[in-house]
Design a protein around this ligand. Sequence first.
Ligand code: RIB
Length: 309
Amino acid sequence: MKSAPHIAVVGSANIDLTTFTDRMPRAGETIFGREFNLGFGGKGANQAVAARLCGARVSMIARVGDDLFGPATICDYQARGIDASRVLVTPGVSSGVAPIFVDSSGQNRILVVKGANDRLLPADVDAAGAVLREADCIVMQLEIPLETVYYTLRFARAHGIRTILNPAPGQPVDLGEIANADYVIPNETEAEALCGMPVRNVEEARVCAEGLLERGLRRVIVTLGENGALLAGTDGSRHVPPYRVQPTDTTGAGDAFIGSFACFLASGCEEGEAIARANLYAALSTLAVGTQKSFVTRERFEQEWAKAA
Ligand code: RIB
């Protein structure tokens, strides 16, 4: 395995405002939540942190606001050893924020206000061209403008750089453009948004993924939470089973999967093993509250991997 692959994330950073509650208030009703947690989040930042904790060298290409959260986010990247030289503070705009509600079963509901993430434009990708050209893998999500995602995918294809697209949050996209990604990795609801059919189990994920391949996508991995993941490519499809845990908070588990998968794959891991490892890394993240706060170190991961093998 290559020891420290270089992963570049072109994506979002949010501040997560997580409330733990047994139920959601009705319209006009005030209720008490159980607990509150403030932390660094955003799908892009989460994936960058997961890749970094797994041992990758990570560069973040992002925008934050000129509020309290923007500089704090940059400091957090620096403290984690993530290259934040391409994270720009955007005047007059708020940072991205995400009010999150977690119920007693650990399931989450997330509302994202994009703020500065929406100002990350193709010109920022060009400005980061030197960093991106030497990456082993570029990772993207959909909390930044779609034109920036499409532009980055075209840039990466033109330069022969491997890409992973997490089409989250689910929204209408141009399949012709995202077909430039080497891997498209949705969860069940994001897969539904892409293929327009329900995805509730492994079999439906297979039908959806195979339909997406027919429409030009290269490799699709549908993450299925407690049901593991389904990989589909022109060479066939296979189910990679989950690691069973009792979740406390599933927020960010998908990001833990993507960031760790990018690192394991770029380290030279065989694809099936990289998915199995990412399944375990994501499962471990559900054992603690918060998003990035719940991601484990590579050392802790390897201990659990050895036990699970
Ligand atoms: O995937 C979890 C993330 O979604 C949270 O950190 C939140 O910020 C939203 O981007």
